[in-house]
Design a binder for this molecule. Structure first.
Ligand SMILES: [Zn+2]
Length: 200
């Protein structure tokens, strides 16, 4: 009996270690190194000198972003339009004024929103990941969004997700099912969601 127990424990340890190894292998195979850590302070220090046409969202664009300024700004406006039209009966007009969420919290107009566009998936200090393709900082409300992700997801693909956080999706994604329909990321492969991080 004791022998069986030892074997079981042995197998368990082996299985756990093996899993870690496999996970690391996957990381090496499928994930490039993310860009260095971006903190909320880093985001706050940016110069938000661009404004989107539709919602007047304030935008800062890192010099390493490849897309044109116009393309970055319209990607952000489009994501906001798509999300609001999908999520709320009132549609995109929700972004024009203050809006009261179901829990009574008031969200300011999208012209209050600041977005920092960066070139690539980055290290982050989010609730449930340390690698982010985008992050919504709860205190400042600033969104950092990556142009390219580690995987095959479309450029700025996680923008709808981050806007979802602005409009009531919990930082730990506890209530993500209420938003899932409207925060889909196009062209993502299966592995794109492993450790991809979407952020708090
Ligand atoms: Zn998230």
């Amino acid at each position: 009996m004791k022998k069986l127990l030892l074997i079981t424990i042995g197998l368990f340890i082996f299985a756990t270690t093996a899993c870690d190894d496999v996970r690391d292998e996957f990381s090496d195979l499928f994930l490039d190194d993310p860009d260095p850590l971006i903190t909320e302070e880093d985001a706050e220090a940016q110069n938000f000198n661009f404004t989107t046409l539709r919602f007047g969202i304030q935008v800062s664009i890192d010099e390493d972003v490849d897309s044109s300024v116009e393309s970055v700004l319209s990607s952000i406006d489009n994501a906001a339009t798509n999300f609001l039209n999908c999520q709320f009966a009132e549609g995109e007009a929700v972004g024009d004024d203050e809006f009261e969420l179901e829990d009574g919290e008031t969200v300011g107009p999208l012209s209050d929103l600041m977005v920092y566009a960066v070139p690539f998936t980055f290290e982050c200090e989010a609730e449930d990941t340390d690698t982010c393709a985008g992050i919504h900082f709860g205190e400042s409300g600033i969104i950092v969004i990556a142009e390219e992700t580690n995987g095959s997801c479309e450029d700025f693909g996680f923008m709808e997700h981050e806007i979802g956080h602005r409009y009531g999706m919990d930082a730990d994604h506890d209530n993500i099912e209420d938003f899932e329909e409207c925060i889909r990321v196009e062209n993502c492969g299966f592995f794109d969601f492993i450790d991809r991080g979407v952020g708090g």
